[in-house]
Design a protein around this ligand. Structure first.
Ligand SMILES: NC(=O)c1ccc[n+]([C@@H]2O[C@H](COP(=O)([O-])OP(=O)(O)OC[C@H]3O[C@@H](n4cnc5c(N)ncnc54)[C@H](O)[C@@H]3O)[C@@H](O)[C@H]2O)c1
Ligand SMILES: [Zn+2]
Length: 367
């Protein structure tokens, strides 16, 4: 096979790029890199978990296309998304003799994508980045849109850049080795797209959630394609998050606070976002923004997906405090993304603490 057709384009002028979404597309990595005119050297960044499954096919495909591959393996874990590991990757890039046309290939979940992406954005003031996302979260969210970052001891993603990839390759088959828990957590972001942007997609999920959870290739391919196409449209309108891109933060205000209050241990990001979406939904109903029946449809879909919707025994005041410290709080006002319809959301600020606390209490279970 020497023609692989892209599924989507992200149109950003000189920074435009194709997304390939297809079972088995990993085999064509070398060919696609070559067709994009990139090389001759490649720095492939992965971790031992993902690399254990997919390094050999990725490397083989690149080498078959005549590319010289250097592999850098980062330990598995969010704590390695750091400046220290970025610095080690700069060393690897120098050793691999990467020049301005030689790509960094990120083979892994959002951690590898963000870290390798940060290195690609900064090494030689920017070299091409190829994203091969391997978690559902990375396939529908972090690999598209150009946000790259490392963590700082004082907070997550505080050091970063916008650096759009040159190419995104999404192989839904890779999700088969992902744990059920990681997969379900990623579904929270999938459901989010339905709520903020696309009511028909939400209805499709209601219909096909069982097949999606069984990793039916046809369904997962459609789901991923729809999510990436929504994200592409949003990023095309607002690359740097001054406007509509904010909507992608539905559920994240409360979600980030839940992650922080539990020391980033108890919940996967998507699980915290699911609980956050429930809180946002309750708030929207209280404000008269949203029909109660739509709120119930969301809660039902989250339940059927197997996502958590409540959190046991935390102090709602503490949760509120953490939200007010989130880095996205510009000039001290908390900005909430709330649903208006299934398929439409808006932003509101200056909700009273009382109102917010009332909704928070409803997602907190007594211990
Ligand atoms: N840049 C963005 O726009 C953006 C958006 C959302 C999240 N993020 C970032 O993404 C990160 C979270 O990403 P994540 O949820 O993908 O976590 P992750 O990268 O840590 O992956 C989760 C786990 O799954 C394993 N894994 C990955 N793919 C696998 C596969 N196919 N088979 C078996 N195991 C596999 C990983 O080794 C890891 O243990 C966070 O650092 C977050 O800040 C970035
Ligand atoms: Zn998220």
């Amino acid at each position: 096979l020497n023609t692989v057709k892209h599924s989507l384009m992200v149109n950003l002028g000189a920074n435009s790029y194709p997304i390939y979404i297809q079972a088995g597309v990993l085999e064509h990595l070398g060919l696609l890199v070559q067709q994009a005119g990139l090389g001759p050297n490649v720095l492939l960044v992965t971790n031992p978990t993902v690399g254990g499954y997919y390094l050999v096919p990725a490397q083989r495909s690149l080498e078959a296309a005549g590319l010289r591959v250097s592999v850098a393996t980062v330990p598995d874990g969010e704590e390695y998304k750091s400046l220290e590991w970025a610095s080690r990757l700069y060393d690897a890039a120098l050793e691999a003799r990467l020049d301005r046309r030689s790509p960094v290939v990120a083979l892994g979940g959002g951690v590898i994508g963000d870290l390798a992406g940060f290195v690609a954005a900064t090494y030689l003031r920017g070299v091409p980045l190829i994203q091969i996302p391997t978690t559902l979260l990375a396939q529908v969210d972090s690999s598209v849109g150009g946000k790259v970052a490392v963590n700082h001891p004082r907070g997550k993603n505080l050091i970063g850049a916008f650096h759009q990839p040159a190419l995104v390759l999404i192989d839904p088959v890779l999700l088969r080795t992902l744990s059920q828990r990681e997969y379900i957590a990623g579904m929270a972001e999938v459901i989010k797209y339905g709520v903020i942007w696309d009511g028909d997609f939400f209805a499709y999920l209601e219909e096909e959630i069982a097949r999606a959870l069984q990793l039916d290739t046809e369904v997962t391919t459609r789901v991923i394609t729809r999510c990436c196409s929504i994200k592409a449209k949003i990023v095309e309108q607002d690359e740097r998050e001054y406007g509509v891109r904010t909507l992608l933060n539905l559920g994240h205000t409360v979600g980030h606070a839940i992650e922080a209050i539990t020391g980033y241990q108890a919940y996967r990001h998507g699980e915290a976002v699911a609980i956050g979406m429930v809180a946002a939904g309750l708030l929207a109903v209280e404000l008269g923004w949203w029909e109660k029946s739509d709120c119930e449809r969301l809660n039902q879909l989250l339940t059927r997906t197997g996502l958590p919707m409540t959190i046991p025994g935390v102090d709602p005041n503490r949760l509120l405090e953490l939200m007010q410290h989130d880095k996205k709080v510009l000039d001290g006002t908390l900005r909430w993304v709330l649903p208006r319809k299934l398929g439409e959301a808006g932003v509101v600020s200056q909700l009273s603490d009382d109102l917010v606390l009332r909704s928070l209490r409803r997602i907190i279970l007594d211990r």
